[in-house]
Write a protein that binds this ligand. Structure first.
Ligand code: FCB
Length: 439
């Protein structure tokens, strides 16, 4: 049987937490929340399977925070919903929404947990759609205003805050691959949003700084680029994938430039003044979050638009998402930050976890041994990084609850806690018990 006794080997000041996001758990039909691009996308593309109820965290949040405490975690990563705070326009604050986050933060603090809020985890208010969404730089300004509101209202209740969750997903996955809202498959749109979402980060950072926040980060997702074989064409293809998926965002943040291989192909879609905007994007941050799940196997494929690769899954053990178990990728990216970008920035693994088809047995037990193994193997990689003297400060398991897994609806279960989406009953899984036992 796998277990999480490895948790005992971490330094006492290492922060263990768990993560969620607003649209995936709260339930947008509650508390005067406005519509987001995900409601629209779900209606058009996902047969209406949306986050209107989700885990009903809006009403169950006290119970959920209690679980986090019970597991022995020290921190909770969640996100603010922009359409919950500003449902109708840019100025009219929904007091019910404001009050919800106030109560949530108070509950987190009351349970001696550290809040790790994120300002944008993909639920863009729907009203931006007709204005071009993230393709329009006005959205970046509005996001900075929203950041300022959050900072003003709640800065006394948190220290650390992240601007954007996973800019690659917001841009490439949603505007080139078409798999997430708004579901576009247009290279020009994708590149504009790849730049604008970073600009939104930079402008938000300025807004937060102007209000005195000084522990600001961004959360980047990384996927390990594995060339299909030694063929130089595949190696080059894997480099391009790495440029677009990973380095585009980290180079911009830390170096104020875009990586050459990707830039050669994508520059023509960027705004003329992109270089001067990179100065805003690369203002120093105080910590960096990495989300890591898996690797991709990359093959050369000639394409008209210059994106000359295709991605496959390899032959390693897979999760219920079809994602391969490849823990080495996690330490690879942590070391990359340390060696290539900054050797002293505090690094947090802000998401890591797996989907499993978890079933409740007759005695209410959920034996998610594969998930326990997944955590164990990735935690081992972090320990190795710590031994090398790298500043990894914390780890957040994705996710506290089974929840709305975006385009996969409620079918993919990532939670430490099982959720019955009819009754909202929560049942802790073995992975949850393992954290409680060893934390
Ligand atoms: C990440 C997202 C998170 C969740 C996990 C499985 O890309 O940030 O919301 O969907 O994947």
């Amino acid at each position: 049987m796998n277990n999480l006794s490895i948790l005992k080997k971490f330094p006492t000041d290492f922060i263990f937490g768990t993560a969620t996001s607003s649209y995936q758990i709260e339930g947008n039909s509650f508390g005067g929340c406005g519509k987001s691009i995900w409601d629209e996308f779900a209606k058009k593309r996902l047969k209406g399977v949306d986050g209107q109820k989700a885990c009903n965290h809006f009403n169950y949040f006290k119970e959920d925070i209690k679980f986090i405490k019970e597991a022995g975690f020290k921190a909770y990563r969640f996100s603010f919903s922009w359409p919950r705070i500003l449902p109708i326009d840019h100025n009219t604050i929904n007091t019910e929404g404001l009050d919800f986050y106030s109560r949530l933060l108070d509950e987190i603090l009351k349970n001696d947990l550290e809040p790790f809020p994120t300002l944008y985890h993909w639920d863009l208010p729907l009203r931006f759609s007709s204005l071009g969404g993230w393709e329009n730089q006005d959205t970046c300004k509005r996001f900075a205003d929203f950041s300022y509101i959050i900072s003003e209202k709640y800065s006394d209740k948190f220290q650390k805050i992240a601007t954007i969750n996973e800019p690659w997903c917001v841009s490439w996955l949603s505007h080139y691959l078409g798999e997430h809202a708004p579901g576009l498959t247009n290279l020009s749109s994708a590149v504009k949003t790849m730049h604008n979402i970073l600009l939104a980060h930079g402008m938000s950072l300025q807004a937060l700084r102007s209000n005195g926040n000084n522990e600001i980060g961004i959360v980047l997702n990384n996927e390990y680029p594995e060339p299909f074989n030694e063929d130089p064409k595949n190696i080059q293809a894997a480099k391009l994938f790495d440029n677009i998926y990973n380095r585009w965002f980290s180079d911009a943040i830390f170096k104020g430039s875009y990586p050459e291989l990707a830039l050669n192909i994508l520059e023509k879609y960027l705004p003329k003044n992109y270089n001067s905007q990179l100065k805003i994007i690369s203002h120093p941050i105080d910590w960096i979050g990495i989300n890591y799940y898996t690797r991709s196997v990359i093959k050369y494929l000639n394409a008209d638009d210059g994106i000359d690769y295709e991605c496959e899954r390899g032959s390693l053990k897979k999760t219920d998402m079809g994602w391969e178990l490849y823990p080495k990728g996690l330490s690879y990216f942590i070391e990359r930050i340390h060696q290539e970008y900054s050797d002293d920035i505090p690094i947090y693994v802000t998401e890591n976890g797996m989907a499993n088809n978890d079933q409740i047995s007759f005695n209410e037990v959920i034996e998610d041994q594969d998930r326990v193994e997944y955590f164990q193997l990735h935690l081992k990689e972090i320990l190795d990084c710590l031994k090398k003297g790298i500043q990894v400060k914390g780890y957040f398991a994705w996710s506290l609850l089974d929840n709305y897994e975006w385009a996969f609806g409620y079918e993919k279960r990532f939670g430490l806690i099982h959720v019955d989406f009819e009754t909202f009953k929560r049942t802790p899984k073995e992975s949850f018990n393992q954290f409680s036992k060893y934390l």
